[in-house]
Design a protein around this ligand. Structure first.
Ligand code: PEP
Length: 257
């Protein structure tokens, strides 16, 4: 069975003091969740990564970043490299989040470069894919997912892909309160896994974890995580309080036991 992974994307929220408080709260509430059963990942903003990392030392919670660049160093004002993330003990990195695609010109090509750099630095990339409402209504969901995955994963060999987590995040469900039904999420994620069979092979596709993201809450995590191709969740809004993120992780871990 694939190990469940629940990641909290804090987006552009939390000052350092607030981030430390949230990380401490989660560490306290989630200490009993077995780390060999579930990966729990916190992705604070860059400014709070180091401090949150210190809070997480010797805990069952892991550190993730929300983005990275593809070069190790250089004259790239404002960017942060995979090597710099490793330097402060970051383990996971979100790549190609729809907000980055929508507002900051992220493309499948830049996702691909970032993915290769992240893998090269030993990070675990969480690669986000998903269709907009217009694309879904136009019957283009699978076409969009195929394009994002074929282009985003271009040149990634079998050994590399096994270390990648994919997050299916329908854009229309992110931050809108509209969750995809578990049937819609399962359908898209099964499609993704079948595509991975074609791009790699059955054995590899069975190993790759696929998260669902889009208005995940304590009320809907259980039915999502029961689906055969949903291996976890990428949580935005509901990861911002100790109560809701704790409830999501605990419910997911109960279902998976
Ligand atoms: C996200 O940020 O990846 C996300 C899914 O946000 P939300 O849970 O708020 O929809």
């Amino acid at each position: 069975m694939r190990k469940t992974i629940i990641a909290g994307n804090w987006k552009m929220y939390k000052t350092v003091v607030q981030a430390i408080e949230l990380a401490n709260g989660l560490k306290r509430e989630l200490f009993a969740v077995a780390s060999d059963e579930i990966d729990i990942v916190l992705c604070p903003p860059f400014t709070a990564l180091s401090e949150v990392g210190e809070v997480l030392v010797d805990s069952n919670l892991q550190l993730g970043a929300q983005d990275t660049f593809w070069q190790d160093e250089g004259a790239f004002t404002g960017e942060v490299s995979p090597m710099m993330l490793r330097d402060i003990e970051v383990k996971f990195v979100i790549i190609g989040h729809s907000e980055r695609r929508q507002y900051f010109g992220e493309t499948n090509e830049s996702v691909n470069k970032k993915l290769k750099a992240a893998l090269g630095a030993g990070l675990v990339p969480i690669v986000c894919v998903g269709e907009t409402l217009k694309q879904r209504e136009g019957g283009e969901t699978f076409k969009v997912l195929e394009e994002q995955l074929r282009e985003g994963l271009k040149g990634i060999e079998e050994q590399g892909i096994e270390g990648v987590v994919i997050a299916y995040e329908p854009v229309w469900a992110i931050g809108t309160g509209k969750t995809a039904t578990f049937q819609q999420a399962q359908e898209a994620q099964k499609y993704i896994r079948n595509l991975l069979v074609k791009m790699y092979n059955n054995e590899v596709a069975e190993k790759i974890r696929i998260q669902y993201g889009g208005s995940v809450k304590p009320e809907n995590i259980a039915e999502l995580i029961r689906q055969p191709d949903i291996d976890g969740a990428l949580v935005g809004g509901a990861s911002l309080t100790t109560e809701s993120f704790t409830a999501i992780v605990k419910k997911a871990s109960e279902v998976r036991k």
